[in-house]
Design a protein around this ligand. Structure first.
Ligand SMILES: [Cu+2]
Length: 236
């Protein structure tokens, strides 16, 4: 075997080993305590036309059994220093009925974020990362308009707002690895295909963790699916 085919074989073997022992991290985030009531959103005339009644903030979206939606869950430790391919699938952030959809979304550093206007009215997309050099602010006057942006450094979470409609808010969890998820309406999440290793997983909720860095859990991935459940408390 020549050097080239030997190194290719070694590469293939290591890739196979990594994918053989990769595993999904799944779990559920449960809210403890009673959240404050949501604030009704009074749409203006243009946006009101898309709705039959007032809107609502989405600070605590909780299922009947306490499952908490919109929690950003990500690998916060154990992946640093490793190189990961940036996902080629773009993250979608839509504006529909004068609300951002989704409210919380994740993106890897440098991953394309496709920002879309599904409404036949003008919105303005204004991202406010801590690093002001990455701030962006542009108008989307046309229905179906799509613009692409990205963030070049991690931040959990980056605020995005519409300067025309002050209730329109979205938040992007930007991390430097592709292992993140957002809990669904039942509070569940899956982070797929995590390579073997020891990691800290962080669950971060915008309101519950306004004054702390989130809940963490140490886990080990070695092939089989790993469960990481979290309990988040409503701050006193
Ligand atoms: Cu708007």
């Amino acid at each position: 075997m020549n050097t080239r085919s030997a190194s290719l074989t070694a590469l293939a073997l290591s890739l196979t080993a990594a994918s053989l022992f990769a595993g999904d991290i799944t779990g559920k985030v449960t809210l403890k305590g009673t959240p404050p009531p949501e604030t009704p959103i009074k749409f203006d005339q243009n946006c009101g036309a898309f709705h039959t009644g007032p809107g609502s903030t989405r600070r605590y979206v909780v299922a009947g059994d306490g499952g908490l939606a919109n929690v950003f869950v990500y690998i916060s430790k154990g992946a640093e220093g490793k190189k990961f391919e940036t996902p080629t699938t773009p993250v979608i952030l839509d504006q529909k009925g004068c609300m951002y959809q989704p409210y919380i979304v994740g993106a890897m550093v440098n991953q394309t974020i496709q920002i879309k206007n599904s409404d036949p009215i003008l919105h303005n997309v204004h991202a406010l990362p801590k690093d002001s050099a990455q701030e962006f602010n542009f108008a989307q006057p046309l229905q179906g308009q799509t613009d692409e942006r990205k963030f070049t450094s991690p931040q959990v979470l980056v605020k995005v707002k519409c300067d025309v409609h002050d209730w329109m808010l979205a938040y992007v969890g930007v991390v430097d690895n592709p292992y993140f998820a957002v809990t669904d309406e039942s509070g569940k999440f899956t982070i797929k295909n995590v390579p073997p290793g020891n990691y800290t997983v962080t669950a971060y909720h915008l309101k519950a963790h306004a004054l702390k860095p989130g809940e963490t859990k140490d886990i080990k991935v070695e092939g089989a699916p790993v469960t990481a459940d979290f309990t988040v408390e409503v701050p006193k």
